[in-house]
Design a binder for this molecule. Structure first.
Ligand code: AMP
Ligand code: GLY
Length: 422
């Protein structure tokens, strides 16, 4: 099977690596990719937002499966021309990607499907926003309706700050605050059937202890040994099955990864958000532990055949990813800083460097984005994997590097408390 991965980040590097380990996968291609992906895949300089160009590339290399990684091309409908070209594609159509592309649409689907989630109101005027804030009370949760790369959500006890955030958006969703530790479940879906992978936790704030602004994610780990038994089954029956049925009924069957972000509240798991793709870095440890073939799983989902493949299997033990970000992240990011030390980790069995914002220039490997790379390690348990990941981090350096020292030190939100979760 020839595969083509679309994207440039850590998620796509982790996917390309896992595909390269599937014996049924004969070739891994990527567009446009990054230097890490280039070590396991043939790279093609194609614009990931250009659906026609992606379909043409897939056709020209004879791809049997295209995996579209990030939300931006999915929401823009890049999967559609690939599917129309008769090529299996893992990633939702433009219509189905609205589950992430519009918070209001996603809440509407959840309401129709009876999915447990925060109560919410969609508002377009300051008066509506003020009334909704007062109806739900503090802490206030205000979400930009549009895609905002993780920066569209404000959770605050400051009513003026909540109003100010809403004033900067055309349409917002104001929600009830969900109290409880947060976790993600990635569900591989074929439009009708869904198969859950291991739940993971992602540390979203830039600084230790869950302080500072939100980022795309500064680290992650799996499995979640603290998660009570049966929670994933509950998520599948109460959230995923009705959502897939509702999307099918609306003529937009969901094929791809349904990323269910949840809070484990006293009343059980409740949905914080849906995304239409794998989470990054949350998917990195999950893929490190996956022992069944990824290519076969994603291909079956793309073909509407998931019920014919066995449930995915995972190794015992745990995996941890720790992100190194560039100077200035998350407000900005400095590029061109020379990264040294990654090659020393290439020989380690249990440790790998997942590239995200890197580039190769005459100066060598340099920073080229906010989240530059992650060191991912597997171990006998979370503590062991964490120790190996941090040992890896200590051998990599670049000017201005930022990383959290407390990734997976404690389960996020279980110990620090939901209010400070990051
Ligand atoms: P989202 O973009 O919807 O994932 O929101 C970003 C972050 O804001 C989430 O990861 C949560 O930490 C927080 N958040 C969003 N919605 C809620 C909510 N209803 N209650 C509590 N925290 C929330
Ligand atoms: N790590 C969170 C996300 O991918 O949205």
């Amino acid at each position: 099977m020839k595969t083509l991965v679309i994207g440039t980040g850590g998620r796509e590097h982790a996917l390309a690596l896992a595909l390269s380990l599937d014996p049924a996968v004969t070739e891994v291609h990527a567009a446009p990719g990054n230097p890490g992906i280039g070590e396991v895949a043939t790279l093609h300089p194609v614009d990931l937002m250009d659906g026609a160009a992606v379909a043409a590339l897939a056709t020209s290399i004879g791809a049997d499966l295209v995996v579209v990684g990030p939300e931006a091309p999915l929401v823009a409908g890049v999967a559609d021309p690939v599917r129309e070209a008769g090529i299996a594609v893992f990633g939702p159509s433009r219509a189905a990607a609205r589950l992430e592309g519009s918070k209001a649409f996603s809440k509407d689907v959840m309401a129709s499907a009876g999915v447990p989630t925060a109560g919410s109101r969609t508002c377009t005027t300051p008066e509506e926003v003020a009334a909704a804030l007062d109806a739900f009370g503090a802490p206030y949760v205000v979400k930009d309706d549009a895609l905002a790369a993780g920066k569209g959500v404000v959770v605050t006890t400051d009513r003026d700050a909540a109003l100010a955030h809403a004033a900067g958006c055309e349409r917002v969703v104001v929600e009830e605050f969900l109290d409880g530790p947060e976790f993600s479940v990635f569900v591989v879906c074929d439009g009708i059937v869904g198969r859950p992978l291991l739940p993971a936790q992602d540390f979203k704030r830039i600084f230790d202890g869950g302080r500072g602004p939100n980022t795309g994610g500064m680290g992650s780990y799996a499995p979640l040994t603290w998660l009570p038994e049966g929670v994933v089954d509950t998520v599948m029956t109460a959230v995923v099955a009705p959502t897939l049925a509702e999307m099918q009924q609306r003529g937009a069957p969901f094929v791809g990864c349904l990323y269910v972000g949840l809070a484990l509240t006293e009343a059980g798991p409740k949905v914080i958000e849906f995304n239409c793709r794998f989470g990054d870095p949350d998917i990195q440890p999950v893929l490190a532990l996956l022992t069944s073939p990824l290519g076969a799983l994603l291909r079956a989902a793309a073909d509407g055949d998931l019920s014919t493949v066995p449930e995915p299997t995972f190794a015992e033990g745990a995996a941890v990813s720790v992100v190194m970000a560039s100077a200035g992240y998350p407000e900005g990011s400095r590029t061109g800083d020379v990264v040294i030390g990654t090659e020393t980790l290439a020989v380690e069995d249990d440790v790998d460097v997942i590239h995200a914002g890197t580039a190769r220039t005459d100066a060598g490997l340099v920073t080229a984005g906010g989240r530059v790379l992650a060191v991912r390690a597997i171990g006998s348990d979370v503590a062991d994997a964490r120790a190996k990941a941090y040992e890896g981090i200590s051998s990599i350096s670049f000017p201005g590097a930022q990383w959290r020292r407390d990734i997976a030190a404690e389960p996020l939100g279980v110990v620090e408390g939901a209010a400070s979760r990051g």
